[in-house]
Write a protein that binds this ligand. Structure first.
Ligand code: SF4
Length: 381
């Protein structure tokens, strides 16, 4: 069986952000050329193994793909295109971009390779805050990068923002939202900070050097965001994602719809033939495995049907369209009311869920307490 989407991981960054727990490495002195070559091998082994698949969405993420030089990034894009049955039929081809890391030549090369969507890691328009979270760019560089991307012809641009950051104020958050709206991009993602283990923030938090914002301030920031973006014409099609003119992230929708996808690169995750897998993270081990013609997969998990149903609920509820009754029935030959009668009943009583007749959705209150709602579906089995 083949999957409709591909995720490619580029694990290098020009600077390591204090909050980040992704599989990434400071690029200096890393074997980047070797990684690009080996990644091309893995792409061949995993994606174009027998017959080239028909692919609808491709996402090059990281790390930071634009930490690669133009030639290295071109090689990755060419290798992915070569593994796909019909590159011209790919509907959405996204590359993550960090402000200040792509010049006109790099952007033009991406367009020539079929990239039609950029996801730009802006995070904030407050320079002091950018420094405090360890970003390597200024607010001005973000504005310039977006203007440059547009001038090269990119229309489908997404901006990533963060809120709930230590020392972030409501005033600076409102300023960031206002500056983002001025950019007139069709897609905005906004995530609240989670202090993850193995990050600088985690160490500082344990040492009492930083404090997360109070939960109610973070909730208020989310409400301010939703209000400003919906007033400006954006549709909150997923809890953390907002789009105009129907320019939703088609690739991310495959995750929320619990669909399968190829994942390649060091530390990448994938989901194929009912099996979720994670690749080896450390570069030397990943490179050695692929060079030896071995699988880069470190661990895999065959997903039982019960778990698929749980995932279907908590991923699907993130979206405005919710979990469609017919889709659930077709996929699992049963109804969600059969599987989760008490959970759905209790959450509906608490006004966290509602049934539109065709699908189940989070209420506004449910969106604010999303994780608590999702957990309920995990506790069933
Ligand atoms: S947030 Fe992005 S740029 Fe920053 S360290 Fe993580 S992967 Fe690299």
């Amino acid at each position: 069986m083949t999957a409709p989407s591909i995720y490619v991981h580029i694990p290098f960054c020009e600077q390591i952000c204090f909050y980040c727990d992704f599989n990434k490495f400071y690029i200096k002195n890393q074997p980047v050329d070797e990684y690009v070559e080996v990644l091309g091998e893995e792409i061949k082994q995993v994606i174009a193994m027998d017959e080239k698949p028909s692919i609808e969405t491709i996402y090059i993420g990281g790390g930071t793909p634009t930490a690669l030089n133009e030639q290295q990034l071109k090689q990755v894009l060419d290798d992915v295109n070569a593994a796909v049955k019909d590159p011209a039929a790919v509907r959405e081809f996204t590359v993550e971009v960090n402000p200040g890391e792509a010049d006109r030549g790099k952007f033009q090369m991406m367009r020539d390779a079929g990239v039609n969507r950029l996801s730009i890691g802006v995070q904030s328009f407050d320079d002091k805050l950018l420094q405090k979270i360890g970003r390597g760019h200024s607010a001005e560089e973000a504005v310039e990068t977006i203007a440059l991307a547009k001038s090269v012809g990119f229309e489908n641009i997404s901006v990533d923002l963060m809120f709930g950051l230590p020392e972030q104020t409501m005033q600076t958050w409102k300023h960031t939202i206002a500056k983002t709206l001025e950019l007139d991009v069709p897609h905005i993602s906004a995530y609240s900070l989670k202090i993850e283990e193995k990050t600088m923030f985690y160490n500082w938090y344990r040492q009492g050097k930083i404090q997360p914002l109070p939960e109610d301030t973070e909730a208020e920031m989310y409400e301010v965001l939703v209000s400003a973006l919906t007033s400006a014409g954006y549709i909150p099609y997923e809890i953390s994602n907002f789009s105009k003119h129907g320019m939703d992230s088609e690739h991310n929708k495959t995750y929320w719809k619990n669909m399968e996808y190829y994942g390649v690169g060091a530390g990448a995750h994938g989901y194929l033939n009912g099996v979720r897998y994670a690749n080896i993270g450390p570069l030397p081990h990943y490179i050695k495995a692929v060079e030896n013609g071995e699988s880069a997969v470190k661990e895999h998990h065959e997903v039982p049907k019960t778990e698929m149903m749980e995932e279907e609920m908590f991923m699907g509820l993130r979206m405005k369209d919710g979990v469609e009754a017919d889709r659930f029935q077709d996929k699992f030959q049963t109804s969600y009311y059969e599987i989760f009668p008490d959970v759905i009943h209790d959450l509906t009583e608490q006004e966290l869920l509602y049934d539109s007749g065709r699908s189940l959705h989070l209420t506004e209150k449910g969106k604010l307490l999303g994780n608590e709602v999702f957990e309920k579906f995990l506790l069933v089995y």
